[in-house]
Design a protein. Structure first.
Length: 451
C-alpha cells in the first residue's frame, strides 16, 4: 500500500511538473486521456446546460405515451468522431433538426469552461456537420511547428494557429497579401519564415527594402532582384510589369483554343502551360510600403505615382502571370495618397501584428470583420509575433510564427542559392555579392590615441 501511495504521488508530481514546464509533453502523456474522459462523461449534461439540445420529436413523445414509458429527454448533437491531436481534441458533431452551426460557435466560450480546455473553435464542414477543435494548452506561448506539414508548390507553412492547426501562405489560393505590424511586433520574423519556406521552392524572389536593404540584403543569395531605394524600386517594378506583359503573350500563343483541343487543356494562366514552357513564378516582397508612397518634392511625387501605379497593375493583373505580392509595412492608411485604397482592395490576404493605431487595423480588417479589428488592437506589446490573420471571406484567427533568427534564415537561403533563377528582365537588379559588400564598414568613431 505504501509503494502504491508513493507511486501515485510521484505520478501526480511528474504530471504537475510537466504541466508547468512542458505543457505539450503533459498533454501527450496525461492531458489527452483526461480530457477525452472528461468530454465523454460530461457531454450530455454540458450540452444541455449550454442550450445545445433539442426537445424530443412528436413521434417519440407519442411512442412513449403509447408504451406507457417516461417522456424521452432532450437530445444533444450526435458525436460522429472524436480524434485526439498533439494539441487538443477534434469533435465532429451531427446537428439535430432545428440547430445551426452558429449555435455551436456562440457557445464556444461556455464549452471551453465546461470541458476545462484552453480554447474552443468551431467551423461548419457541410450541412448539419460541425467540427469543434479544442486546444488543451496555450499553443501560441511556445510555438512548435509539427514535424510534417502539408507543403505543396507555392504553399508555405509560416505560423501556428490558436486551434493548433498550421497556418499556410498559399499563393495559388490567395495571390496577394498585406502584412502590418509596428516596430518590435514580430513582422520581420514572419517575413523571414516566409522567405525561408520559399527558399527551397522553384520560385524567384524579388525584394524591395527601402531601409537600404538591411532586412532583405542578408538573404540576397536567394533573391533574383533586390532594390534598396525608391528610385531602383520604381525601375524594378516597371521591369516586372514588362515581364508580366511578356508572360501574357506567351499564354496567348500557347492557349490551345482550337476546335480539336479539349476544354480542360485551354491555358488561362501559367499553371495551365506545360512544364517546359511555364515561366518561373515570382514573389515580390515589399518590406516597407510607406517608404514608397512618401514624397517631398514634385519629382518624388511623380516617382511615387509611378510606383503605386505599377503595384496596382501587378496586383490586378499579376496572378495569371505568376507574379504575387507580399506587401509589408508598419503603417498603412489612406493618408499615404491616392491609389493606396485601390491597392488594398486587391490584397486578399490580411495579417496584422500589434499596431499603434486603430486606423491601420481598420485598413487591414475594416472591410472584412469588425471583430478582427478589435482583436488586432488588443494584442499586448510583450507578445511579439502574435498576429491576426484574415481573408476576404470574413474568417479570422490568431496566429504566431515560430522564432527564426536572421542567421537561420540566411543559412537556409545560402543552402538553396543554386535554385535562384536568373530572369533576363530582372538581370540589372540582381544583387551583387562580393568581398567588399560582405565586409561591414565601421560606423563608430575610432578611439583617441593615448600617449
Amino acid at each position: 500500500m505504501t509503494a502504491l501511495t508513493v507511486t501515485l504521488v510521484l505520478v501526480v508530481a511528474a504530471a504537475g511538473l510537466l504541466r508547468w514546464r512542458r505543457p505539450a509533453w503533459y498533454w501527450l502523456t496525461f492531458g489527452v486521456v483526461l480530457a477525452t474522459l472528461r468530454v465523454l462523461v460530461r457531454y450530455a449534461s454540458v450540452m444541455d446546460a449550454c442550450g445545445l439540445t433539442v426537445p424530443p420529436s412528436r413521434w417519440r413523445l407519442a411512442l412513449a405515451r403509447m408504451t406507457n414509458r417516461p417522456a424521452p429527454e432532450s437530445r444533444p448533437p450526435r458525436i460522429l468522431r472524436l480524434r485526439p491531436t498533439r494539441t487538443g481534441l477534434v469533435l465532429r458533431l451531427k446537428l439535430r433538426p432545428g440547430q445551426d452551426a452558429f449555435d455551436i460557435a456562440a457557445a464556444s466560450d461556455r464549452l471551453r469552461h465546461s470541458f476545462a480546455m484552453y480554447g474552443v473553435t468551431s467551423r461548419e464542414l457541410r450541412s448539419s456537420v460541425v467540427e469543434v477543435r479544442m486546444t488543451g494548452y496555450d499553443v501560441l506561448k511556445r510555438v512548435q511547428m509539427p514535424a510534417k506539414t502539408d507543403t505543396r508548390p507555392m504553399r508555405v507553412p509560416v505560423a501556428l494557429r490558436e486551434d493548433g492547426a498550421v497556418h499556410y501562405r498559399d499563393y495559388r489560393a490567395i495571390p496577394h497579401a498585406l502584412t502590418l505590424g509596428a516596430t518590435e511586433s514580430g513582422k520581420s520574423v514572419y517575413q523571414r519564415n516566409l522567405v525561408a519556406g520559399l527558399a527551397s521552392m522553384d520560385v524567384a524572389l524579388v525584394g524591395i527594402d527601402c531601409k537600404q536593404g538591411v532586412e532583405l540584403f542578408p538573404l540576397a543569395r536567394r533573391f533574383s532582384a533586390l532594390a534598396d531605394n525608391p528610385d531602383t524600386a520604381a525601375e524594378l517594378l516597371d521591369a516586372l510589369v514588362t515581364r508580366m506583359e511578356g508572360v501574357y503573350q506567351l499564354i496567348r500563343a500557347e492557349q490551345r483554343i482550337t476546335a480539336d483541343t479539349p476544354d480542360a487543356e485551354i491555358a488561362a494562366d501559367i499553371w495551365d502551360l506545360p512544364d517546359h514552357l511555364r515561366p518561373t513564378p515570382i514573389v515580390v516582397l515589399v518590406d516597407e510600403v510607406a517608404e514608397l508612397a512618401l514624397f517631398a518634392s514634385k519629382e518624388e511625387e511623380k516617382r511615387r505615382d509611378r510606383i503605386i501605379t505599377a503595384l496596382v497593375r501587378l496586383a490586378q493583373l499579376g496572378r495569371a502571370a505568376g507574379i504575387y505580392l507580399e506587401i509589408c509595412g508598419q503603417r498603412f492608411g489612406s493618408e499615404l495618397g491616392k491609389g493606396i485604397t485601390m491597392l488594398r482592395a486587391q490584397l486578399t490576404g490580411r495579417t496584422a501584428h500589434r499596431v499603434n493605431d486603430e486606423t491601420s487595423a481598420n485598413m487591414a480588417f475594416g472591410d472584412i470583420s469588425p471583430d478582427a479589428v478589435l482583436a488586432a488592437i488588443q494584442i499586448p506589446a510583450e507578445t511579439r509575433g502574435l498576429a491576426i490573420a484574415a481573408d476576404s471571406t470574413g474568417g479570422w484567427h490568431r496566429i504566431r510564427a515560430p522564432h527564426t533568427s536572421l542567421r537561420q534564415a540566411v543559412n537556409l537561403c545560402n543552402r538553396h542559392a543554386d535554385l535562384t533563377p536568373g530572369l533576363p528582365e530582372l538581370a540589372p537588379f540582381r544583387p551583387e555579392l562580393n568581398d567588399a559588400a560582405a565586409t561591414p564598414t565601421p560606423v563608430t568613431k575610432p578611439a583617441p590615441a593615448t600617449a
